[in-house]
Design a protein around this ligand. Structure first.
Ligand code: AKB
Length: 325
């Protein structure tokens, strides 16, 4: 990777990936794009930024040519809960954007990164230590777009030789940018509420396990996979990756280690609970370990400490004093 264009750079992954890539590859070699402009946003201020609607093929092609990029990272997409509220739009955006990214990459011979998700699995999938290659019959529109996307990526590699790579992300937890409309978002919201109110009402029910990962590990994984020796890659696309699997009581217990008076309660959202119930409890990431040395660094307590420290600074709420109170 020498010159990289990112779509959806103002999203949860994009904002941190853009920053990391600029540090690693030089700000002049990372072109950040998004459909919206946010005045004063550090991603926009920190280097080249262009407005891009990923549904506009000519615009995507034009920008990749203009900046002579060799790598495209296509992050713009709708997440699971929003996808259920707007299924037709989720299909149009997720599949339309992906097709454009694949076609642009084929035409310009670009390396391409495409995120999939644990949402690519469904109720018929083995729920514990879900294998890399297994039944995939998701029941959400987001999941349908993710499985279709995985197949399309494999097709473009086999048919046209497009160097497209990707992972199945679990829920991603970060303090810089909020996720937008996912099922795993409770595991981000809980940290904000722990600092602000010392309590949290979870929309995901007690005992619901889902895979999760802290954002620095997710960013490392993207870069590691894109830089991996292609001769080692047996899968290329849709690698299972995960750093931990927990249910709401366990993240609450981790927060209590730092904020002892923290309390969790429940007001389950049937839509998001239904989505969570259709996803695995835990997935097996051994293919990613074997083929490109995937090795996440953060477990639940280490992530909790880092989240609370950084959010406490961001929100101006000291948590150490709370912990000692
Ligand atoms: C969501 O909850 O929709 C996402 C995902 C697991 O893909 N975080």
């Amino acid at each position: 990777m020498k010159k990289i264009l990112i779509t959806g750079c103002l999203g949860q992954i994009g904002s941190e990936l853009t920053h990391r890539l600029r540090v690693m590859y030089g700000a002049e070699n990372v072109i950040a794009t998004d459909i919206r402009h946010i005045e004063g946003n550090p991603v926009i201020e920190g280097g080249t930024f262009e407005i891009l609607d990923v549904m506009d093929y000519e615009a995507m092609l034009g920008l990749c040519k203009k900046y002579e990029v060799d790598t495209l990272m296509h992050l713009a997409a709708l997440l699971s809960a929003v996808g259920e509220a707007k299924p037709k739009f989720a299909w149009d955006l997720n599949m339309g954007g992906l097709m454009n990214a694949l076609e642009v990459s084929r035409e310009l011979n670009l390396k391409l990164f495409i995120p999939s998700s644990i949402a690519a699995f469904g109720p018929g999938t083995p729920v514990d230590m879900t294998p890399q290659d297994t039944v995939q019959r998701p029941t959400t529109m987001y999941g349908v777009t993710k499985v279709s996307g995985e197949l399309l990526c494999d097709y473009y590699f086999t048919k046209y030789g497009v160097d497209v790579r990707g992972v199945r992300f679990p829920g991603l937890i970060s303090y810089k940018t909020l996720p937008g409309g996912g099922t795993t978002d409770y595991a981000v919201d809980i940290y904000y509420e722990a600092l602000k109110n010392k309590k949290y009402t979870s929309f995901i029910g007690k005992g619901t396990y889902m895979d999760m990962m802290y954002m620095p590990d997710a960013i490392d994984a993207i870069i590691q996979l894109m830089e991996a020796d292609p001769s080692r890659l047996k899968h290329r696309n849709a690698f299972n990756i995960t750093a931990m699997s927990f249910e709401p009581e366990q993240i609450a217990a981790s927060i209590k280690k730092f904020i002892p008076e923290f309390e969790i309660s429940y007001n389950v959202d049937p839509v998001r609970q239904g989505i969570a119930n259709s996803w695995p409890n835990s997935i097996d990431a051994s293919a990613a370990h074997e083929e490109w040395d995937f090795n996440p660094q953060y477990d639940l307590d280490r992530m909790t400490k880092d989240m609370l420290e950084n959010l406490s600074e961001k929100l101006g709420i000291p948590f150490r004093e709370l912990a000692l109170a």
